[in-house]
Design a protein. Sequence first.
Length: 465
Amino acid sequence: MKSVCLICFLLVFHNGFAQADSSLLSFNVFAEYVLNNHPLARQAALKDDFAAAEWMAARGHFDPVLSSGWNDKFFDDKHYYRLFSNQLNIPLRYGIEIEGTYENTEGVYLNPEHKTDENGLWSLGVKANLLQGLLIDERRAGLQKAEFFQKIAENQKASLLNDLLFQASQAYLLWQKDYFTREVIREGIDLAVVYFEATRTSYLNGEKTAIDTLEARMILQDREAQLQANEVLLVKSKQQLEQYLWMDGLPGELPLLTSPESQEENVFVPEDSQTMADLVNVHPLLLEKQNKKAYYEVEQRLKKDKLKPKLKVKYNPLLGTSGQGITPVFSAANFKWGIDFSMPLFFRSERAGLQQSRLKIQEVEYDILDKRNVLENKIKASLNQQQILLQQLQLQQKNIDGYLTLLEAEYEKNLFGESSVFLINKRQEKYLESRIKLIELNMKYKMEQLNYLYLSNRLLYVILN
């Protein structure tokens, strides 16, 4: 039932299925299906959600904060004090904080510095860092790091989808190879059956010997054994393909009569107008490393800033009230201000933090150099391998044409009694083997094309466009 549901979904999912053969699973339909339903594809989509959450958290450090406090003390039938305050703190992106407060206090033992009139005291002021925190602080660094985290998440998502599609494509090509190999072997069996029946008829008519009949039967049995061996490989490759077929969060099964498209339909040739440097520079693995380096550079600037002393200046105009209302009244003579200064004597923790951030950057730089070199060498090797496989394909096609000519000539000789079952079988074997080898070479060539697209970060674009 699950396999029936799967093939029905594939039919609805894509109009590219041929109406004449509803069991055909084309490569493009398979690739789109994998990218839309496989758990790893959905896991890759979570990278965007993680990045959005990280960005929200970084922006949240700039959210205004409202705080209130109420403290009362009663002792020995006396109201010692009541302290009530409201405070609104608004951090800005330039290391400045705006602070507004309202205080209302009373009591017989009230500390003079907390004393207000009966309608309370308002203040509105600013706090600013003049040394450490002037150019960068935890809030601004968090915002910059969140931006690079988003880029890293995009690179990781692209890498996950690239890996998934590459592995799924390899599984499809392997299944395709085993499927069409079986078709060639079946052709060989059909030929062997025809010649066995013809030989037996000739034997019954006295034209062939019993040995000829036995030889024809053994040829048929050999090809049947070859088919059984191929069936084992086909079942295995089909199971590997099914690992990428998911529906509604459950693994699916490929219907028995499903067939792949022909190897000639798979075209994985990109437009090669980009240089080697361009190909490597846009690879998500390398971009991820470069964005990690930028991420660590933000950390380094923050650690370096912490080597400065802390010097914070505060200025708050005090706004009293008039009459019976609580409306604040400004007077330039009423204010409070202050300076806070602190500095570690040795800065050992800060210097260690800066050194760690520098080491992280150096580590990523070495990793970038290594990854770039590996990618360049793999791309060059893939291009060379494609050229070799293409030459082998062209040569193998010529061999097939040659073996077919020899086989047809052997048929003609047999009509005049100048050939034998043994010779015809040998010609057939060579012809069928050459076709099977062509199928295998085609698979290797397509896989190398996919590998090149995978290494140059164009796999998704070429397959889905």
